[in-house]
Design a binder for this molecule. Structure first.
Ligand code: RP5
Length: 164
């Protein structure tokens, strides 16, 4: 399986990155975690993106808050899919990062998940890699079935609690 890159704009984004790391650990998927900033270390950001395919990566998760240009800058310099995670890191509660990440110009998409949506970023990356990986696809189907069972269990419990 190709490796998934988790890139954070700052070490302060680690709590959101940990949500992605947990999912990738659960799926036993290979990943690398980096701190690279579109604003504070832009040369490294472009260098990382330019070499990501040759370095064995299959998808890049870009986690950043405030004026979050990390996803866009990485996407500018690679043809790999880039998944943006806007982080709630300011008085604007992540709306700043959401708009900075999702409003990309035509030609340079960043697939943007919810504010602080670290878990979904990892699931989306896995779904991309599962396109030509039957084992991974089967694991994702199983994951969805487990979620459905869990909701049904909750439904049983709640229905019994509130019968009139
Ligand atoms: C962004 O600014 C980072 O991704 C982080 O979410 C936010 C704040 O960074 P720090 O000032 O905490 O390093 O670049």
């Amino acid at each position: 399986m190709k490796c998934i890159a988790i890139v954070m704009g700052s070490k302060s984004d680690l709590n959101i990155a940990k949500k992605a790391i947990k999912i990738l650990d659960d799926f036993d998927a290979p990943y690398a975690v980096r701190v690279i900033s579109a604003h504070r270390s832009p040369i490294e950001a472009i260098d990382f993106a330019r070499n990501a395919y040759d370095n064995g990566f299959g998808a890049i998760i870009a986690i950043a808050g405030k004026a979050a240009h990390l996803g866009g800058v990485l996407a500018s310099s690679t043809a790999l899919p880039v998944i943006g995670v806007p982080v709630s890191a300011s008085e604007l509660d992540g709306m700043d990062a959401l708009l900075s990440t999702v409003q990309m110009p035509s030609g340079v998409p960043v697939a943007t998940v919810a504010i602080n949506g670290g878990a979904n970023s990892a699931l989306l990356a896995l779904q991309m890699l599962a396109i030509d990986d039957q084992d991974l696809y089967n694991k994702l189907v199983e994951y969805k079935e487990e979620m459905s069972v869990s909701v049904q269990d909750d439904d049983d419990e709640i229905r019994q609690m509130y019968v009139k």
